[in-house]
Design a protein around this ligand. Sequence first.
Ligand SMILES: [Zn+2]
Length: 462
Amino acid sequence: MSPQASKPNSLLIRDMHPLVAMDGADSQLCGGLIFCEDGEIKRVGKRPPRGLRAQRIIDGRFAVAIPGLINTHHHLFQTLTRACRDAADSELFDWLRTLYPRWARLDEETVHVGALAGMAELLLSGCTTTSDHHYVFPRGQSRLIDAEIEAARRLGIRFHPTRGSMDVGQSRGGLPPDSVVQDLDEILADSERLVSRYHDPRPGSMLQIALAPCSPFTVSQRLMRATAELAEKLQVRLHTHLAETRDEEAYCLRRHRKRPLEFLEDAGWLGGATWIAHGIHFNRREIGRLGRAGVGVAHCPTSNMRLASGIAPALALAKAGCPVGLGVDGSASNDSSHMLAEARQALLLNRLAHGASALGVQQALRMATVEGARCLGRSDLGSLEPGKRADIALFDLRDVGYSGAGDALSALLLCAPTRVHTLVVEGRVVVESGRLQTVPLEAILTRHNHLVSKVTLRRPLL
Ligand SMILES: [Zn+2]
């Protein structure tokens, strides 16, 4: 190839102001550039090599560039029951009891469109990789995770769906109605089907499956143990809710005669392939055990404040050795899917709990990027360095909310969260000038609002 020819599938973003790499040295490059090819970052620096021609060039002189944000915990179907009046002012157990009957009406279309809306919101907030925890399977609805995988492919977001499950309904002392729980054999067979059909373990993967029994008050110890064995056999990760509320702790002590962490440990889950959501109500000894085992934690500050669940010991868990990423967790307990807003909430909540110097802006962004990647087992994501995947978010410093800011990185975390200007996933421009390039958003939102009435039996706002 002659030096003048542009390389196919290549992208050059130049003159960023600054580029925040989130590498080990916490580098910030003013006037920096990134060159990517075939979805991989090939070069990060000040000057392009002589003769380099990219197929596409983006001028980033108005922007701060950060690694694409990583969301480690979510329930996309809940976008259909956002800001539900009857559940607006409840704590977790009452909130769930109110919403389960609505979720019992989910089908493939509602889950697909709900996922499109939630993932679109994530992308527009700078998120390039999201996990999802789908655990509600009304009778006869066996393809709901397939429906959200199809949504992720249409949008171009990197996706880590987890095959959720519940096998203890009300008739056996659990919280959910029997109509949305499944039996163990059905859960395991579908988990195996999804992994063999969709899971791609290779670097650069756009889709990885994990297995995810819902929570100690909706699943049996038998299901937890069998799921851990299956995950080991299939070489996939494990995810669940744990230690979210005092009600959960009381339930575990009453029903299992164990604290939540013992429930997890006795099922063979305490290892580096597990990440849990919330992790609020742990004692010091338990934090040490989790850290030594390398269990990841999805810290979900907005949901925890919204449901008054408590303040997670996120900094102590990180100090003990746990990867601690962020989760928007929702979208009916947040009620948003805005990852930059979640990083700001983590910063504010942990400062309130531990003092203004407890969590710096760089550390908060680290939770939303590098540590999130660790939770999902992705060493190829989370920072802007050669060899990592080309997942890049550019925020426009000309936005009114950033006007007057003295430091770009501080502005991202301290000013009101904005919409991303340009978003690149696996080297592909998915958002440009604040608009999604892959799907017609307005048409999706019209359908989404229409489907709300099918799930809630109420008229939508629009
Ligand atoms: Zn959750």
